[in-house]
Unconditional design. Structure first.
Length: 293
């Protein structure tokens, strides 16, 4: 073969290699750009989704975050505001401070709650020269609560229609003035029945707060149907779950049954009683409780 032909073949081969290298480089760059584009597009979709989710669900998420923060501190401090008489009947004016004092006394019986004294609350109210309790707005009550370093405050009123009186209360975050939970109890308008109404109201408020405080002790999801408004039932449910986790099924069932004695609709307790029997190989009893569930 002539030397000139050999040189041409080498040159063509080198040219082909260079061209192939450039083509491969171009393909890689395009592929990389495509992948980056997909990442950017996915990120954009995620941002839009989070924005929409934030708009729809932020209030609920925020409330849970605040309650979780309070749970982490172990106790919740509470300030009870005087209840506003909205009945146009001055007979009920005495109960503005009466309900406040009874709620404060009742909630103080819980070791998990720190309740600000009514004297401390009312002295600040009087120092602001409010003409009457009708001038006490949630915003003003929030300022008073923050001054007392309370995490939450109770703001309520008394209403009457015919022979029925209604006492309403709101549990409000002192920092944000956002409502955690609302409560409403009705009863006969006779004054001697007000004690029963306030007892029911204080029980509802205390159970709500204690359940959220108790949840800080749980490092797992108890059950998707755990809902109960009774702190006693929820406490026994947690004790039962702790025993269940230790494979102490007899003790677990005992706690679950105590929980059901307080709240017979506590589905999680029923399910875990069935599970405790099943884990011991007691399938007839497990079947019985599955049917109850």
């Amino acid at each position: 073969e002539p030397a000139s032909m050999s040189k041409k073949r080498i040159r063509y081969t080198e040219d082909f290699k260079e061209a192939d290298k450039n083509i491969r480089k171009d393909i890689r760059e395009k592929h990389s750009g495509f992948r980056k584009g997909r990442v950017v597009a996915a990120a954009a979709v995620a941002v839009v989704f989070l924005a929409v989710a934030g708009i729809l669900f932020f209030p609920g998420i925020f409330k849970k975050m605040r309650l979780q923060k309070l749970q982490a501190e172990g106790k919740v401090s509470v300030a009870v505001m005087p209840f506003q008489n909205m009945t146009s009947d001055t007979v009920w004016s005495v109960w503005q401070n009466g309900i406040q004092d009874m709620l404060m006394t009742s909630l103080s019986n819980s070791a998990e709650l720190i309740v600000r004294q009514t004297e401390a609350v009312n002295s600040i109210i009087h120092s602001r020269d409010l003409k009457n309790y009708a001038s006490l707005t949630p915003s003003v009550a929030g300022n008073i609560s923050r001054k007392l370093d309370a995490d939450v405050f109770i703001f309520g009123n008394i209403k009457k229609a015919g022979n029925t009186v209604r006492v309403s209360a709101q549990l409000i975050d002192s920092k944000t003035n956002q409502i955690f939970q609302s409560f409403q109890i009705e009863g006969p308008s006779a004054e001697d029945k007000i004690f029963q109404i306030v007892d029911s109201l204080s029980t509802g408020i205390m159970d709500f707060l204690l359940i959220y405080i108790l949840k800080k002790e749980v490092s797992y999801t108890v059950f998707s149907h755990e809902g109960t408004s009774s702190a006693e039932a929820y406490r026994n449910l947690i004790y039962g779950m702790n025993s269940f986790a230790r494979i102490d099924y007899v003790s677990a069932r005992s706690f679950f049954e105590k929980a059901l004695a307080v709240d017979s609709n506590l589905y999680a307790a029923v399910i875990h009683i069935a599970g405790s029997y099943g884990n011991q190989g007691l399938y007839e009893q497990a079947k019985e409780w599955c049917l109850k569930a």
